[in-house]
Design a protein around this ligand. Sequence first.
Ligand code: EPZ
Length: 420
Amino acid sequence: MDKLIIQGGNPLQGQIAISGAKNAALPILAATLLAKTPVVIANIPHLHDITTTIELLGQMGVSIVMRDNMCMQVDANTLTQCYAPYELVKTMRASILVLGPLLSRFGEAYVSLPGGCAIGTRPVDLHINGMRAMGADIEIENGYLKARCSGRLKGADLHLDTITVTGTENLIMAAVLADGKTVINNAAREPEIVDLANFLNQLGAKIAGAGTSIITIDGVSELTNNIEYPILSDRIEAGTYLTAATITGGKVTITNISPHLLESVVVKLRQTGAEITCEDDQITLDMTGKRPKAVDIVTAPFPGFPTDMQAQFMALNTIAKGQARIEETIFENRFMHIQELQRMGADIQHLGNTAIVTGVDHLSGACVMATDLRASASLVLAGLVAKEKTTIERIYHIDRGYERIEEKLLLLGADIKRVV
Ligand code: EPZ
């Protein structure tokens, strides 16, 4: 099993380009099932979750032609089965995103229920209830969702009890070919939802309000526009590298990223003492060799501070000046990185969904284990600043969401290598 070995102590210096966003690519690839004509998707990140999605669509009979530099053509007209097997869904929960498009376009879907994962139970009741409100008949049997609708789904006025990112995305995709108008109230506002809506509108859908809490979709009969669509840049990858520059006291420029996608993260990084310059499609962070100041974090749906950056800021606070309070409000078990950081010498007390981090002068290298995607990132950040050597095991977690992480960190002067 692959490991990462990091020799800490190098302040990161230099420039890297940010890749396409995993959490934009996954719903958009699922949305290709809705298109009556082949579509080309560009700026696809080279990640394990993307490979899983390609496998998922491929076993449905969808034609996928890989072009150069992670550009691909997808044609759903060759689909042979509306089936998402447990073997694939268990490795990637976001597979549930095929439910809405399959129901909307083909009137049926047989999708394995995604299990929970390290960070929480991750139910999909809001996805299911929304589609039932649109006329779908969905039964749960043997761990699968057996969904069907006679004729088209019907537009409906939906109210989400909880703000859910993929729930909003699934219901948008269910609504685009429905008969009539759907309104999604209390919708998630993440930029990846805006990217999905932009993609679908270019295909011929009629979606308004994406990025706000009320999204309106006027159903159309089919999506027939031929388009080539570039995926949005990854704001979490961007935030992770900026936090890496901060924790190591370095100076890093990240390109191919619009600063407005991660405003709440930039605000917090400035509070640590980082000097940050934002331009249209790049951000430069200069820590000027200073030790960061501790910053309090409360995670929230966009535009609040993203839960996907919580673990990285936990690592940052372990060596910051002062004490910080971190509150995780989205998932019930997203503190798995704490015990691993404590093994590196971090001073973290936690009770329920709140952690108190007291900065220490330095972390010590150790052999640690990744438990989930963003926890892995926090261990890499800790390794970059720890004295001695840190070995991170089970890094398949990190390969799900960070494209060529060791190559990008090597470009920035880190002493890191992957051991197969
Ligand atoms: C998306 O997950 C992201 N994944 C997650 O990123 C991200 O952490 C999360 O949104 C929150 O921003 C993708 O986009 C592929 P939710 P999602 O539904 O949609 C509850 C990463 O690291 N809920 O917004 O699964 C749920 O339990 C991953 O890239 C229900 O109760 O998250 C949670 O408490 C991790 N019922 C809250 O809503 C439902 O039907 C928010 O979850 C759905 C969700």
